[in-house]
Design a protein around this ligand. Structure first.
Ligand SMILES: CC/C=C\C=C\CC(=O)SCCNC(=O)CCNC(=O)[C@H](O)C(C)(C)COP(=O)(O)OP(=O)(O)OC[C@H]1O[C@@H](n2cnc3c(N)ncnc32)[C@H](O)[C@@H]1OP(=O)(O)O
Length: 280
């Protein structure tokens, strides 16, 4: 870990677990990792640091204790809404807008972080935890995980990303509307069937072992290529093909000049070991 990078948080446990892989754990186990305002800000902070930490090549986001996350801390939702003290509707509205933008930015940092982020989810992924997981790059879960786009049960349309990102992840819009309009809980097999997660595991240990294995493989690839893939796929998701072809061509004007390509080609042609790629 870089000495100038402090990963010390009240509600997050951040560990470098070897080979350039970092594990960020939501760490309020006694509250099933309910998301309060502090942890919310900490998530934005940690992913903005990992974005530029050249020792970090891949990240696993998981939950400490019995659950990935039970969603928003219900008390802080109620408290949050009473902290806007302006009487004037316009001014109060702007306060709420600034607050919402700050909160959105935190989860968006997971998506913008150029290192791939694997969500390793177990037992519960409810409400705001769905907003978090849909900002991740890869999603795995245990077979006993329950999911819910639960905001509707609290009387609101989520503005923290799940309604915006879910349609980019899952192709079945009838299913998305149904899940978000009812807030019903659904299980891992349904999440897999709909493409919300890509793999389901029998146990927490199997989940974490697989997440580490995938992260490790990613971390042994060229960081120029890995970060380029994430950035270009994010761009391609949100733009027409012509635009994203232009984007990747411009990207590779510099990134395609990397020595990593020649090193990789030599290793492939000589059936030699994978090169140890320089940090980025
Ligand atoms: C700007 C606003 C934008 C977004 C809004 C998002 C909305 C959401 O996120 S909706 C989702 C809200 N979450 C829930 O409704 C889940 C509530 N929790 C539960 O249903 C259960 O705790 C459980 C997740 C099913 C787990 O059950 P179990 O394993 O039996 O644990 P418990 O004994 O219930 O919980 C232990 C302990 O944690 C506290 N806790 C759990 N979840 C939350 C939570 N979301 N908020 C606050 N506190 C929570 C629970 O009260 C217990 O506390 P004790 O002090 O030990 O009693």
């Amino acid at each position: 870990m870089r000495p100038d990078m402090a990963y010390s948080y009240k509600f997050l446990l951040v560990k470098e677990i070897g080979d350039g892989v970092f594990n960020v754990q939501l760490n309020r186990p006694e509250k099933r990792n309910a998301i309060n305002l502090e942890i919310w800000d900490e998530i934005g902070d940690v992913f903005s640091k990992l974005d530029t930490d050249c020792n970090c090549r891949a990240v696993i986001l998981s939950g400490n204790g019995k659950a990935f996350s039970s969603g928003i801390e219900v008390q802080s939702l109620a408290e949050g809404l009473t902290t806007f003290e302006e009487d004037d509707v316009a001014r109060k509205g702007r306060q709420i807008l600034r607050f919402a933008n700050r909160m959105e930015r935190s989860f968006t940092m997971i998506e913008k972080c150029c290192k791939p982020v694997i969500a390793a989810m177990h037992t519960y992924c409810l409400g705001i935890a769905m907003d978090i997981s849909t900002a991740c790059t890869i999603r795995y879960c245990t077979k006993d995980t329950e999911f819910s786009v639960k905001e509707v049960a609290l009387g609101l349309a989520s503005d923290m990303g799940v309604l915006n990102r879910l349609p980019k992840i899952v192709g079945n819009h009838s299913w998305i509307y149904e899940a978000a309009l009812t807030g019903r809980h659904f299980r891992a097999n349904e999440a897999l069937q709909q493409g919300l997660v890509s793999r389901v595991f029998d146990s927490y240990d199997d989940l974490m072992a697989a997440a580490k294995e995938t992260a490790k493989v990613i971390a042994t690839n060229s960081p120029v290529a890995v970060q380029g893939v994430k950035i270009v796929l994010n761009y391609a998701r949100d733009h027409p093909v012509d635009d994203s072809l232009r984007y990747v061509a411009l990207w590779n004007m510099s990134q395609g000049q990397t020595n990593d390509i020649a090193e990789s080609a030599v290793a492939l042609m000589t059936k030699g070991p994978k090169p140890i790629y320089a940090k980025l």
